[in-house]
Design a protein around this ligand. Structure first.
Ligand SMILES: Nc1ncnc2c1ncn2[C@@H]1O[C@H](COP(=O)(O)OP(=O)(O)OP(=O)(O)O)[C@@H](O)[C@H]1O
Length: 293
């Protein structure tokens, strides 16, 4: 189980310092794999780094009741002048493995990475894909309860990704995954639950499909409102104008009814329907803009 309590995070940079995460609270139950979903810049990688303990929050805490991996595929800590084998040995020792365990880890990574004799060449001579294979294997060589995966670091070709996915799947039941991926297929395949990040807030869904649907529904709504005023004051004025139009259309309908002019009546009814539809859209747009503040 991982408990996230009153988590606040912002970066102090030249763009200002708006909250990326603002009073975020949720609990990830033991054994449940979770996909983090949200627009670009919503804070998915930030939240993942905080969960992995690689960054510190401004306020609040992440309580880990289980062994959490570093982001799978992250190769930042590797020493360029040391070979793949030496780097793996070093990490295994730092993790407190005994000599037999160190041997097992080295064998696992060598087989998993499939980079052949390059395993005994200095890491600085590796391509980024080769480095990623080693670091990927290293994360998977240890029995963590929770694996952290960010697609930004978990690079690799198709065949290699399929292999990593199969290995994750084989760990289902023993270990879970917290991941960021822009591929909804991968999220649906590997995760049960979903967390949707939106404007510094986090929404938990027991079913990953519901999290993806909520995200889609917001994206669709945004598209529909793209032509309407994007600020609250403008949206409110537009709604008032729509209400005035609707009122005028209703009055015209009343007049048409009194005159019993069938042609005018049909046109007035249509005008009321259209004005009513515009007013509804204007109301939804105002609510959307208010929620964005
Ligand atoms: N090291 C940093 N320094 C300053 N700002 C940062 C840093 N890392 C992230 N940010 C900012 O924090 C916000 C959230 O970034 P983050 O990478 O967590 O989002 P994301 O949801 O993972 O985005 P994407 O889907 O584009 O990868 C963005 O506005 C980003 O510019």
């Amino acid at each position: 189980m991982i408990e996230i309590k009153h988590l606040y995070k912002r970066y102090h940079n030249h763009h200002g310092s708006n909250w990326v995460l603002k009073d975020v609270n949720f609990t990830i139950p033991m054994g449940v794999s979770v996909g983090l979903i949200g627009a670009n810049g919503a804070g998915k990688s930030t939240l993942l780094r905080l969960i992995a303990g690689m960054d510190t929050p401004e306020r609040g805490e992440v309580i880990r009741h289980s062994r959490v991996s570093w982001p799978v595929g992250l190769s930042g800590g590797m020493q360029g002048n040391m070979t793949g084998r030496q780097n793996v040995k070093f990490v295994a020792r730092v993790q407190g493995s005994d000599p037999d365990e160190v041997k097992r880890v080295i064998k696992f990574v060598e087989e998993f990475a499939e980079i052949g004799p390059a395993f005994d060449e200095p890491i600085r001579t590796y391509s980024s894909g080769m480095k990623s294979r080693i670091s990927f294997g290293l994360s998977l060589a240890f029995d963590f309860d929770v694996y952290i995966s960010d697609e930004a670091t978990a690079v690799g070709d198709r065949a290699f990704k399929a292999k990593a996915k199969a290995l994750f799947e084989s760990k289902t039941g023993q270990a879970s995954l917290i991941m960021v991926s822009h591929s909804e297929g991968i999220l649906k395949d590997l995760c049960q639950a979903g967390v949707y990040l939106k404007k510094g807030n986090v929404f938990w869904y027991d079913d990953i499909n519901d999290a993806i649907a909520a995200y889609h529904s917001d994206v669709d709504q945004k598209k529909r409102h793209a032509d309407l005023p994007s600020d609250v004051v403008g949206a409110r004025k537009y709604l008032q104008a729509c209400h005035a139009d609707l009122k005028a259309a209703q009055e015209a309908l009343t007049d048409a009814k009194e005159q019993a002019d069938q042609k005018a009546l049909a046109a007035a009814k249509k005008a009321v329907q259209e004005a009513s539809k515009r007013a509804k859209e204007a109301r939804a747009n105002l609510e959307l803009r208010q929620s964005e503040r």
